[in-house]
Design a binder for this molecule. Sequence first.
Ligand code: ATP
Ligand code: MG
Ligand code: FE
Length: 335
Amino acid sequence: IKLLAIESSCDETSASVIINGKIINNIIATQDVHRKYGGVVPELASRAHQKNIVPVVDEALRQAGIAKSELSAIAFTQGPGLLGALLVGASFAKAMAMALQVPLIGVNHMQAHILAHFIEEPKPEFPFLCLTVSGGHTQIVLVKSPLEMEVLGETQDDAVGEAFDKTAKIIGLPYPGGPLIDQYAQKGNPLRFEFPETSTPGLNFSFSGIKTAILYFLQREVKKDPDFVKNNLEDICASVQHTLIKMLMQKLKKAARQHHIKHIGIAGGVSANSGLRSTLLQEGEKRGWTTFIPQFEYCTDNAAMIAMAAHYKFLEKEFVGLDAVPNPRMKFHGT
Ligand code: ATP
Ligand code: MG
Ligand code: FE
């Protein structure tokens, strides 16, 4: 089984080849055009995808050393994501599937973030819990099988990645600020400043309150000392990150308790965060969890995870027709 997968849901144009369930490559073109706007501009994202998609796909096939005619199916991210961005990948995949007369596979981007766990060893056993933390989502998912997933809790407002990025913006760091907060936090004192945590019922999250709390806190401090942010950057980042991680871990521990599951993974862009990674390992050790963290390059948006999901879908013959449309708010199937 030789599959080509395309990811274009947000601001990464990516292509990957998977052969018999083994990822061969993962070509990613990151879009820089958004940096100066402090966030992803949807129209610019679509245009950049259009510019990048042919070279990225060519490179993936060339590196894998296979001809288009050898492909068994073409996979693409069907949603969730930005409509215009998704359309580029979907149209390209459809055209290719039609020309090659092979099946088309529509992949759910959030399901794929979780299936990034199956790219390399050690792979989690089913059932396991996955904390999916990214730029647009924050979910605790009960994963029963590769294609059977149930959302147990999710954010009621902002995603945790958004909380990272918006906080970064407030303190004057360039977009995307998440990785920079991580960097500064490594040298700071996480207990120096305290920010109020929002409580939410059940296994749900809320992250919109915290960015406002941080904004007011900084406005207050800057009045007293105009250089407050500059002089305390590392401690501010460490304290914010500490609070966000604490909020995530509370619900994850609760979910593990309630569902009696000790196999726990994290996925999505924010799972690249070094503080979250080390906290998960520590908590896991304390609680007898077996923890799973995908390799760095498979945490943020990439086509390898789409290819992995496509492989499982191919085995189940879960194909879509050429009339398939992208769905910006796509939910999990088969739950
Ligand atoms: P979604 O997957 O929900 O559609 P997305 O695709 O934009 O959203 P990802 O690419 O999975 O999200 O993740 C991007 C997010 O991850 C951004 O918010 C970014 O700041 C955050 N992020 C990446 N690395 C780190 C890090 N080291 N620490 C904190 N946040 C990080
Ligand atoms: Mg991105
Ligand atoms: Fe993503």
